[in-house]
Design a protein around this ligand. Structure first.
Ligand SMILES: [Mg+2]
Length: 266
């Protein structure tokens, strides 16, 4: 449930309609990325295809490195679990490095196509994107209201944290390469699935503890209803962020925001 409304009633006649939340409690704002700070298209149409395209070359060039060997080994284990669960992943061969790289590529691409949240896959994608950002092939994207909101919230003394299924590295690269400037100085902490799944209340409790605040001192914004429920179950305040007018109209505006303009607007 939402906290008690201590500020004035939402004015839905104006451009921005802000649902009730207890502003006085909020010391930190926790943000989802995909569909919340950043268009979903950026991930599905830019980042995923880039990682999928570069995976084989990347593995071939880096398979011997320690920081790549661990996620590779974890991928192999995970593939075994997928097979046992009857998911029919691509086959895996270990008889030569060539075969191993080929197997990891096929399985990695299979996972990417399924929008997998696999932690080792995310680690590899993060490294590939790092190269892409460094080469200037990739640039992070946020909705136009996001940089101003970060600036406002920081000025109000709010702690800004990110929680996304993309790896922490991928998150830092994205926010570090926005066309209008580097947004990472505004962000206190980044969390990925290593803290737990986004649909689990326990993950949100751990995030609160990691920045030495109580869950009730957080406002969580996400486009996923399941994540909103989990954050609320942990004691956080949370609002659904629907970036498309049609979605918000369908759900009604009571617990939905369209952008960040009404969240600590001054
Ligand atoms: Mg999302």
């Amino acid at each position: 449930m939402l906290g008690p409304a201590l500020h004035s009633a939402p004015d839905c006649g104006k451009i921005t309609c802000v649902p009730h939340f207890d502003e006085t409690q909020v010391r930190a704002i926790l943000l989802d990325i995909e569909g919340t700070t950043t268009p979903v298209d950026f991930v599905t149409k830019t980042l995923f295809p880039y990682a999928s395209r570069k995976l084989e070359t990347f593995l071939r060039e880096n398979a011997a490195k320690e920081e790549i060997r661990t996620p590779l080994e974890e991928l192999r284990t995970q593939r075994g679990v997928d097979e046992q669960n009857g998911l029919k992943p691509p086959s895996w061969r270990d008889d030569s490095e060539e075969a191993r790289v080929g197997s990891a590529t096929a399985y990695g691409q299979w996972l990417i196509a399924r929008d997998s949240k696999s932690t080792p896959l995310k680690a590899l994608q993060g490294r590939i994107w790092q190269q892409g950002y460094a080469r200037g092939d990739l640039k992070g994207e946020v909705y136009p209201d996001v940089p101003a909101a970060f600036e406002r919230w920081k000025r109000r003394g709010k702690t800004i944290c990110i929680y996304s299924s993309g790896s922490v590295l991928a998150q830092q690269l994205l926010f570090g390469s926005i066309a209008t400037g580097d947004l990472t100085p505004y962000i206190t902490a980044f969390f990925d699935t290593r803290v737990g799944a986004k649909g689990e209340a326990e993950s949100y409790r751990k995030i609160a503890a990691a920045v030495s605040l109580e869950p009730r001192q957080f406002l969580f914004l996400s486009d996923a209803a399941k994540e909103i429920e989990a954050a609320r179950a942990a004691g956080m305040q949370a609002l659904l962020c629907e970036r498309h007018e049609t979605d918000a109209a369908l759900r009604g505006s009571a617990q939905v925001i369209r952008d960040f303009n009404g969240i600590f607007p001054r």
